[in-house]
Design a binder for this molecule. Structure first.
Ligand SMILES: [Zn+2]
Ligand SMILES: [Zn+2]
Length: 195
């Protein structure tokens, strides 16, 4: 297994099980604890995971802001928010890429910038050049259909190998979400799905 594959496997476990001890991870992956530490270092640095008394777990909400999503009005409690900055310098917070893309479509003419986070590194990227992984088997507990954003195609594809789904470009992702939201398999976040 490559380090990135181990990292993906690890994220999958953490997503399912909450937290894991380092010894447990080392046993399951059949690598030394030192290797586990090396593997998780970037995840710790980027605050994707945190150290706990038991070992490591997925990081909780990044900032304690009590803002709500400008699209679905859900409280912002997600590690993957999207920001839209309009030409008149209004900043809108969206709970996840799903809402970010739908909101963008609504107010496209006014948008000066749309910013999202790389799913693995948590770095800030322009949503227009991001890669979108849809239907991956990794639950963010936010809006459906869910999309994960990646800075590089390579990472999106590597993640796709572990978790399935399809990789889309910005415009494709908007079209796809929009299409599905108008269908019967709706999302729980907004009622008026027929336009
Ligand atoms: Zn939302
Ligand atoms: Zn959401």
């Amino acid at each position: 297994m490559l380090p990135i594959e181990r990292r993906q496997q690890l994220l999958k476990w953490l997503n399912q099980e909450g937290s894991l001890a380092i010894t447990e991870i080392s046993n399951r992956l059949k690598v030394s604890e030192m290797t586990v530490y090396r593997d998780i270092k970037p995840l710790l640095d980027e605050k994707v995971v945190i150290k706990t008394s038991r070992g490591i777990s997925l990081a909780p909400i990044l900032n304690g802001s009590s803002n709500s999503c400008s699209y679905c009005l859900k409280e912002m409690n997600n590690r993957h928010p999207v920001q839209i900055i309009t030409y008149d310098l209004r900043v809108e917070q969206l709970c996840c890429p799903h809402c970010g893309l739908l909101r963008y479509k609504d107010i496209e003419k006014d948008v000066s910038q749309i910013i999202c986070r790389d799913f693995l590194q948590n770095s800030t990227i322009s949503a227009k050049i991001a890669y979108y992984l849809m239907d991956a088997d990794f639950n963010l507990n936010c809006c459906q259909p869910q999309v994960l954003t990646f800075e590089s195609l390579k990472q999106a594809e590597q993640f796709q190998k572990g978790f399935g789904g399809v990789v889309l470009l910005f415009e494709e992702a908007i079209t796809e979400i929009h299409k599905r939201m108008n269908g019967s398999t709706g999302c729980s976040c907004k009622k008026d799905s027929t336009i």
